[in-house]
Ligand binder design. Structure first.
Ligand SMILES: Cc1cc2nc3c(=O)[nH]c(=O)nc-3n(C[C@H](O)[C@H](O)[C@H](O)COP(=O)(O)OP(=O)(O)OC[C@H]3O[C@@H](n4cnc5c(N)ncnc54)[C@H](O)[C@@H]3O)c2cc1C
Length: 320
């Protein structure tokens, strides 16, 4: 089939990769170059955040975890396995179950006291994929182009504008804009502010989801660290807030004392594509050709990207 994919973030490019492998002709229509998508800005660590429903996210997340582990092993640009520490503010009950995400990760163990920063009684250690999006997305884009996919930079006013390209099927992977394109008013922004600092030699990702001043995470990359962050549902403002930058620097220094006094290289804001439930489904009501949706990934687009794209592939395969 001749398939038009709307969107060249992680969702659109993952779908493009799999659909090309399955032998389809693919045209990616995108309003923005990959470098200016929300995906390009993401931290971007495998870790389910602000996305549902839980059972589907767990399934998509497990598939994506395995795919990213394989990419890291194969040396795909930007994908590494990152040792990680989730800090806990209280000792868990002796029989407390591990968090949902632990099933996909497999090897999750209690942190030793010498692995914890001051004032934290407990934590969990594990390794997850971390994706340096400024390297990974251009790699995905180039792989799609090498496999014969073509790109059109164009902002669609309405979904049926794609009919000019004469598709047999359309994949709607337009992120936060996906809902407006198809009249779905359940899509909302989840504003995230992050801060980039120089990497002082860190190689451990650390997070405290329950810091009293807000979420705190530190994700070391090759030359910098991403410090976060905020998760503000319904907020459209994309200007970084200087007071929030200072607050992020302060709480990240609580969880990684080596960052005390670190200076912000840059503060960035992205709007995550929120939705009560990620939408991966076929829709025959919108256009004369089938539409397959893949949007609403919230704070988990990298965490579930390959899993959702495989379901898109199955939905496309089921089209007569
Ligand atoms: C600060 C921050 C940190 C994050 N950290 C993580 C993390 O650690 N792990 C994780 O899994 N996720 C993380 N996320 C979430 C993740 O970035 C998103 O879930 C993901 O990028 C969504 O990808 P997408 O491809 O669906 O959308 P996008 O990347 O937004 O791409 C949408 C595409 O659609 C195109 N488009 C939009 N409108 C139109 C139109 N009208 N016509 C044509 N094209 C259009 C755009 O140009 C773009 O190409 C984070 C997000 C933020 C903001």
């Amino acid at each position: 089939m001749r398939i038009v994919i709307v969107g060249s973030g992680v969702s659109g490019l993952s779908c493009a990769t799999l659909l090309l492998r399955a032998g389809h002709e693919v045209v990616v229509v995108t309003a923005d170059p990959v470098e200016r998508t929300t995906s390009a800005l993401a931290a971007a660590v495998w870790f389910p955040t602000a996305a549902g429903p839980a059972d589907a996210v767990a399934r998509w997340g497990a598939t994506t975890y395995d795919a990213l582990v394989a990419e890291a092993a194969a040396g795909v640009p930007g994908v590494v396995m990152r040792e990680s520490l989730t800090l806990l503010r209280e000792h868990p009950e002796p029989d407390a179950p591990l968090p949902n995400w632990a099933a996909a990760v497999g090897d999750v163990r209690p942190a030793r006291p010498d692995e914890l920063p001051p004032a934290y009684p407990a934590g969990l250690r594990y390794a997850v994929p971390l994706v340096e999006m400024p390297r990974y997305l251009p790699h995905l884009r180039a792989s799609v182009a090498r496999a014969g996919g073509t790109f059109v930079v164009r902002r669609l006013e309405r979904l049926d504008d794609v009919l000019d390209v004469a598709p047999d099927l359309v994949v709607n992977a337009a992120g936060l804009a996906a809902g407006a394109l198809v009249g779905d008013d359940t899509v909302f922004p989840v504003r995230g502010q992050i801060v980039r600092v120089a990497n002082p030699g860190l190689d451990l990702s650390v997070r405290d989801e329950h810091h009293p001043d807000g979420r705190a995470y530190v994700h070391p990359r090759t030359t910098d660290c991403i410090l976060g962050g905020t998760l503000d549902a319904g907020v459209w403002d994309t200007d970084p807030d200087p007071a929030e930058t200072e607050a992020i620097l302060a709480r990240c220094a609580d969880i990684v004392p080596a960052l005390a006094g670190a200076e912000a290289l840059e503060s960035l804001v992205g709007l995550r594509p929120g939705r009560p439930a990620i939408r991966v489904e076929r829709d025959d009501t919108l256009l004369p050709v089938p539409v397959v949706h893949d949007y609403g990934h919230g704070g988990s687009g990298i965490t579930v990207g390959w899993g959702c794209a495989r379901d898109v592939l199955d939905l496309v395969a089921a089209v007569d």
